[in-house]
Design a protein around this ligand. Structure first.
Ligand SMILES: [Zn+2]
Ligand SMILES: [Zn+2]
Length: 234
């Protein structure tokens, strides 16, 4: 019975701890290790039935920190050679941007309690943002809230008379006639690390996108702004 592989959310939290408390300077019973172990046991990223004895116990968490040593140019030893590919990816993405890593980790810690396992379950891997599944889920919640998206579309229709994709100009009504009238997707533009569960979405946080552009902007890593996305389109 093997425990599941470490996911992006978990590795982000581990790498954040690594930079604050390098494993060479602390031992496996350090309070932060114990705390992270407890958090990982509650994180909604794995189904309960896939968690076995010793799942992310303090020793396992400590070993994971040691896995990162092999990428660290400041470490003279070899570090643990074993470890997954995702660890290296996450090291490369964040080692030179620790402020951002710390923000994302803080945001995951703060928001994890509001996201449940079944909600995470329907996010396909290719729609997971660089910031992990907890924050991806929160982003999707924000932009799918029926009341706020309805308001957003109404306000754009009132102002402009049409719902055009703000990136490519696509017009569902023009293409699909009455079937497409009033249809468009809303995308939440706030960086994921700044999302907070109890925060209200403002109309200005949302932009109107067609379904293609919305899928595509979700594939950018890290998520680009609408302006940057338009540059990609050009
Ligand atoms: Zn578009
Ligand atoms: Zn979106």
């Amino acid at each position: 019975m093997r425990n599941p592989k470490w996911t992006r959310d978990e590795l982000i939290l581990a790498l954040d701890l690594y930079f604050r408390n390098p494993p060479g300077k602390i031992s496996g019973d350090h309070p932060e290790i114990v705390q992270l172990s407890a958090l990982l046991n509650q994180l909604p990223v794995h189904p309960q039935k896939e968690k076995f004895q010793k799942f992310r116990n303090p020793n396992g968490v400590y070993m994971k920190l040691c896995n990162f040593l092999r990428f660290d140019p400041n470490y003279s030893g070899k570090g643990l050679q074993a470890g997954g590919k995702l660890e290296e990816e996450i090291w490369n993405e964040f080692a030179s941007n620790r402020t951002k890593l710390a923000q994302i980790a803080a945001s995951i810690r703060e928001n994890a309690q509001y996201i449940s396992r079944p909600q995470i379950g329907d996010i396909p891997d290719d729609e997971e943002f660089q910031e992990g599944k907890v924050l991806t889920r929160l982003h999707k919640f924000r932009e799918r809230s029926p009341s706020i998206t309805k308001k957003k579309k109404e306000s754009v229709l009132n102002q402009k008379g049409k719902l055009l994709c703000e990136a490519c100009g696509f017009d569902f009504e023009k293409k699909y006639g009455t079937l497409g009238r009033g249809f468009a997707e809303c995308h939440h533009m706030k960086p994921l690390a700044e999302l907070r569960a109890n925060q209200k979405t403002k109309l200005s946080d949302l932009c109107i996108l067609c379904s293609n552009c919305h899928r595509m902007i979700h594939r950018t890593k890290p998520m680009v702004s609408l302006e940057e996305f338009k540059k990609i389109l050009r």
